[in-house]
Design a protein around this ligand. Structure first.
Ligand code: HEM
Ligand SMILES: *[C@@H]1O[C@H](CO)[C@@H](O)[C@H](O)[C@H]1NC(C)=O
Length: 470
């Protein structure tokens, strides 16, 4: 009996000793890798106040000057490591992307829908991504050129007159319609209207305060989200009845089967459709607004873009023939304006991931559960990669930027699948804008507004008129 007790005691001791040793070893390896430099601000509130009370880019740039390309801070109650070098962005987004999962505020997940691809990683993400990429690929969207043209022209014509237009709000209407086009093809107009109205209510809730009180933007957004699901159900039911097999995004999602032959649920389809609308609308609209501003501010550049587009316009007999896909791929000056606008505006200034395990990078420890933020905007505005970065200069894109220094559409497994569509839309829009219209910006204040993407102050109020054709 005594022997048994002794053995038990010995085993417990051994176990304890082993644990202590193991833990110590583990701690040792942590001690070798230290946390990155930086200040964590006040506990709880951290540095959120600072981030939101000043231009975020000033916040990052100041930190970067003080601490270097990798530094720690506290944002929205979360400890966080910010990364301002191309190598670090590549590490997190591309080569070691499995160590970092996407992370979004809970409210975004609730409103868009938890099955939307950008909340996921691994198999489900891979599968959804393949489905979403197809209908957004150049091969698919080349068939949308004419429809996008019609949208752009009718929008521009509606702006003409002696009225002041909120350019950003108007651009949002276009980018929403282009999103609808990619998702549903030519959707009946009553469905388009219902989707648009309910989506705009949903959108107001994205950044609103969660509450149970009826009548608040939060509650309204929740019921709008429900109605959006209902509308989508009706559209899906109609498609199934017609047995039409379409090549648009909805068609691809409806036809998808996994290796066990399972189809997607209606919830998964709805979440991903709303996710794509969300990803497509404000992003493209803000860049298009910036393009208008940059062209307006540089008359010489505008002349060059005009000359390029007028030549195409004339070869189409003054728009009697629609633009062709090939023409949209051959607008070298305008294309560089688009790229430089993406760099200058860097509307996605940074992104968030979360370390799924302790990660070591360049001798620094990124503890499990910490957020990491690749800072795209800092990289795009670093004079080591883009000389004289505050100058709008499309000619810098005559030579390709160094790898991972230009990431307006992100990089790696979660990079933007909509980038060809977004570029196409911007090129078509610019073609019609500069060949037939003039505009002047109203008010002289120049500045940036965050909502949450950076846009020109007040959405760039402007007046438009048709140019006399001579
Ligand atoms: C100029 C316009 C746009 C910009 C600057 C932009 C930028 C980005 C960026 C930076 C990401 C990666 C975010 C991250 O890594 O956390 C992303 C993801 C995404 N974008 Fe875009 N985007 C634009 C337009 C569009 C359009 C038009 C669509 C669809 C029609 C779209 C659909 C998506 C989707 C679905 C994702 C998530 C991909 C994934 O998680 O695998 N985007 N976008
Ligand atoms: C929202 O969707 C419903 C259908 O579910 C529709 O009847 C309604 O007109 C839409 N618009 C608004 C503003 O609610």
């Amino acid at each position: 009996m005594e022997n048994v007790v002794l053995i038990c005691v010995l085993m417990t001791l051994l176990h304890l000793l082993w644990q202590v040793f193991f833990r110590k070893n583990k701690r040792d390896s942590h001690e070798r890798a230290k946390l990155p430099p930086g200040s964590m601000g006040w506990p709880y509130i951290g540095e959120t106040l600072q981030l939101y009370s000043q231009d975020p880019n000033v916040f990052f740039a100041t930190k970067q000057r003080r601490y270097g390309d990798i530094f720690k801070t506290h944002i929205l109650g979360c400890p966080c490591v910010m990364l301002a070098s191309p190598e670090a962005a590549r590490f997190v987004l591309v080569t070691q992307s499995h160590l970092f999962k996407p992370t979004y505020p809970k409210s975004k997940e609730k409103f868009i829908g938890p099955s939307a691809l950008f909340f996921h990683q691994g198999d489900y993400h891979f599968r959804m991504r393949k489905l979403v990429q197809g209908p957004l690929s150049p091969d698919a969207i080349r068939n949308l050129v004419t429809d996008i043209e019609v949208l752009a022209v009718s929008a521009l014509e509606s702006w003409v007159g002696n009225k002041v237009i909120n350019t950003f709000q108007e651009m949002k209407k276009i980018s929403f319609e282009v999103g609808i086009l990619a998702i549903f093809g030519r959707l009946e107009s009553h469905y388009r209207k219902e989707l648009k109205k309910n989506y705009s209510i949903l959108e107001k809730g994205y950044n609103s305060f969660p509450t149970k009180i009826p009548g608040t933007p939060y509650k309204k957004a929740l019921s709008a989200r429900k109605r959006l699901s209902e509308i989508l159900s009706t559209i899906i039911r109609e498609r199934k009845e017609k047995r039409s097999i379409e090549k648009d995004l909805l068609g691809c999602l409806l036809n998808a089967k996994d290796d066990k032959g399972e189809v997607l649920t209606e919830g998964q389809i709805a979440d991903n459709i709303i996710g794509v609308l969300f990803a497509a609308q404000d992003t493209t609209a803000s860049v298009m607004t910036w393009i208008l501003k940059y062209l307006h501010d540089d008359p010489k550049l505008l002349e060059a873009v005009k000359a390029e587009q007028k030549a195409i316009y004339m070869s189409n007999e003054e728009a009697h023939h629609p633009l062709t896909w090939t023409q949209t791929r051959n607008m070298p000056i305008t294309y560089k304006v688009v790229l430089e606008s993406l760099r200058m505006a860097s509307i996605i200034s940074f992104t968030f991931r979360e370390a799924v395990t302790d990660v070591e990078y360049k001798g620094y420890l990124i503890p499990k559960g910490w957020k990491v933020m690749p800072l795209f905007r800092n990289i795009h505005h670093n004079p080591d990669f883009f000389s004289n970065p505050q100058k709008f200069d499309p000619s810098r894109f005559e030579t390709a930027p160094k790898p991972y220094t230009f990431m307006p559409f992100g990089s790696g497994v979660h990079s933007c699948p909509g980038y060809d569509l977004a570029k196409l839309e911007m090129l078509i829009m610019t073609h019609h804008l500069v060949t037939k219209f003039s505009w002047e910006v109203v008010g002289s204040q120049s500045g940036i507004q965050y909502g949450p993407f950076p846009i020109p102050l007040q959405g760039l109020p402007a007046r438009f008129w048709r140019e006399s054709t001579s």
